[in-house]
Write a protein that binds this ligand. Structure first.
Ligand code: GCU
Length: 330
């Protein structure tokens, strides 16, 4: 080997050594979610990223991956369990597979009103134990994010859903959640679970006849291009939870841990405000896309699914959370 080759080799090894040192000093925190870059959750996460980087004097480098870039919601929750990802957004529907404490939030018509919903989600006496319920599974909840109310919508090849009978024979996409699947059974439709990113193509290719979600699915996920009938039957208010790998969070020193938790709370306030505007914009935009909004009578839907409240509260842990939620609604 010539002298200059030896020098280049030596120089390269020093560079590699130095870059590995800087990497370990500057900790990378990977955050994954399944919404687009305009969605309030993404905007709130960008703010979370910026604030934490500032507050930790750039000791941490937070990287937000939207649009299912790191996988569908189920995969990213699993990756957060193992620590391959540090933080992810998981719908409560999906989280019920990781701990039954979350199941109760999937009950249709659980909350009397948005106010009832807010009073529960903002009550640490209820939510802290729910957030901690998955700690042994590898992750904990650190705050919640608004995802509005869920409603049925169908493609042009079908008809608007005005009564539960209208769901008969229709394949409706639901989230990957046993409670959601059971709800569809009770309503008479055929539940087709799949991840969010697959829904547009499934609607377009008529693999499914409809889905259920909030209004942003029509605009941000473009479902309104293929599904023109949106019925406000408001069967569920199911928020998202910001989850974090437990080892990572509890491995921080007390100050850093506090920065992450406090900033998560601030993120919640920002997201909830941004959500209000987002829904107004989504309805306007969906109308321009040709989506029609319908207002069916709620009671017939409610009557069909109320047996699910009884079924699910046979479990004492679920019953306990259910009763605390009910009390807040009185
Ligand atoms: C909402 C929710 C997401 C969820 C999605 C779905 O958009 O915010 O977390 O993944 O619904 O229906 O899958």
């Amino acid at each position: 080997m010539k002298n200059n080759q030896i020098f280049i080799l030596f120089f390269l090894s020093i560079l590699i050594f130095l870059s590995s040192c800087t990497k370990s000093q500057k900790n990378i925190i990977r955050i994954a979610h399944n919404q687009g870059k305009e969605h309030p959750t993404h905007l709130a996460l960008l703010q979370f990223e910026q604030k934490i980087e500032e507050r930790t004097n750039e000791r941490y480098d937070l990287q937000v991956f939207p649009n299912e870039l790191l996988g569908g919601q189920r995969e990213t929750v699993e990756l957060t369990q193992t620590g391959a990802i540090d933080i992810a957004v998981g719908s409560i529907s999906l989280l019920e597979s990781f701990n039954k404490a979350y199941s109760v939030f999937n009950l249709p018509y659980l909350f009397n009103s948005r106010e009832h919903f807010f009073s529960v989600m903002n009550d640490p006496n209820i939510m802290n134990s729910v957030y901690q319920s998955t700690r042994n599974a590898g992750f904990v909840g650190i705050t919640w994010l608004d995802a509005g109310s869920r409603n049925f919508y169908t493609t042009q090849a079908n008809h608007p859903i005005m009564t539960p009978e209208d769901l008969k024979g229709l394949k409706i996409r639901v989230q990957q959640s046993p409670t959601n699947i059971r709800m569809m059974e009770l309503l008479g439709g055929s539940a087709t679970p799949m991840s969010y990113g697959e829904v547009y193509t499934a609607l377009q290719q008529k693999v499914i006849d409809g889905a259920e979600n909030n209004e942003t699915a029509l605009t941000r996920n473009k479902h309104g291009e293929v599904a023109k009938y949106f019925s406000y039957n408001h069967h569920a208010i199911i928020p998202d939870i910001l989850i974090m790998n437990a080892k990572r969070l509890y491995g921080f020193d007390a100050d850093t841990q506090k920065i992450f938790l406090d900033t998560a709370k601030e993120m919640n306030l920002f997201q909830v405000e941004a959500w209000k505007e987002e829904i107004q914009v989504a309805v306007k935009e969906a109308k321009v896309m040709g989506v029609q909004f319908y207002y069916p009578e709620i009671l017939p839907f409610k009557e069909k699914v109320l047996p699910l409240h009884h079924e699910i509260t046979q479990d004492p842990i679920i019953k306990n959370i259910y009763e605390q939620i009910q009390e807040k609604g009185n």
